[in-house]
Ligand binder design. Structure first.
Ligand code: BEZ
Ligand code: FE
Length: 295
């Protein structure tokens, strides 16, 4: 009797257990835990779907193309995770907050660091295009007290659905971006333009997948925020335009009911004049509620 006789060789039935057993001496226990789960689910998936060899080769080609189209500027793997709802799931698990606190949603690929600080009430629109919009609200703690010294990092797409870094020849750098700091009353307000809904990149494997599944690649119009203040949990979130046609169909599943606000059209020449805006203009108001750090 040799050692080889005592081994449970790989079979269709024991496939997952056989692979998992090889990890029993893994020095990295967290890696082993994660891979045990991944292998269990992956083998169950293969057993359920029984791919042909041709289908498996197609899948490998798809994953290869996803890597090959990715570079420092384009991250097709993140986009894949986004459209499969995995980014939102990881984000939601990692941003559980007490009720009443503003919910998180996806960061997305268009945030940039080192954006100019702007004076409260000023405009983030460096081009005279699109329909004017005022954005305002308060940064509050969960008891409803104003939070002073909160940094509100904002960015958004233009009136035709592009971020400045997607159109370096059209938009000046930092157009529709800025950082504002709240004072004692916790209030924030700034001028912008009404953003449009837009399509996520769909000229690669993610686009192919969405097409094959009969899914759209659109995101409903939104404003991005990162709100941070000492002693509070940083919130990465959006305000969605409550009138947008893609609200129920966001390609990356970023919409949460609490993040939808009405964009109201104001037809008031006097008010527009006071704000230095053309009449009519759009207005949206939303409070941003911070939970204590480590709540
Ligand atoms: C965004 O909102 O900027 C975004 C989020 C996920 C994927 C693509 C874009
Ligand atoms: Fe966006």
């Amino acid at each position: 009797m040799s050692v080889a006789d005592n081994i449970a060789y790989f079979t269709e039935e024991n496939s997952a257990e056989t692979v998992i057993d090889r990890m029993r001496d893994a020095p990295d226990r967290r890696l082993a835990e994660v891979m045990q789960s991944a292998i269990t689910h992956l083998h169950a998936f293969v057993k359920e779907t029984e791919p042909t060899m041709a289908e498996w080769e197609q899948a490998i080609g798809f994953l290869t193309a996803t890597g090959q189209i990715s570079d420092a500027k384009r991250q097709e793997w993140i986009l894949m995770s986004d459209v499969l709802g995995v980014s939102m799931l990881v984000d939601t698990i990692n941003s559980r907050r007490p009720s009443g606190a503003t919910e998180n949603t996806v960061l997305g690929p268009f945030h940039v660091e080192d954006v100019p600080h702007r004076e409260m009430g000023s405009s983030i629109a460096d081009l005279d295009e699109g329909e004017p919009l005022t954005v305002s609200g308060r940064v509050l703690d969960i008891e409803g007290n104003p939070v002073a010294g909160a940094a509100i990092d904002v960015w958004q797409a233009s009136h035709d659905g592009f971020y400045d870094n997607q159109q370096p020849d059209v938009q000046p750098e930092h157009n529709l971006r800025g950082i504002f700091t709240t004072k004692e009353d916790g209030r924030y307000w700034y001028k912008a333009v009404k953003p449009a809904y837009y399509g996520i990149p769909n000229d690669g494997p993610v686009g192919q997948l969405l097409g094959g599944l009969g899914r759209n690649h659109m995101r409903p119009a939104h404003l991005h925020f990162i709100v941070s203040a000492p002693g509070f949990d940083t919130v990465v979130t959006h305000i969605f335009d409550g009138g947008d046609p893609y609200l129920t169909n966001d390609a990356v599943f970023g919409v949460k009911r609490s993040l939808i606000s009405d964009f109201v059209q104001v037809d008031d020449a006097q008010k527009a004049g006071e704000l230095g805006l053309p009449n009519p203009f759009w207005q949206v108001e939303a409070d941003l509620v911070l939970a204590p750090a480590n709540a």
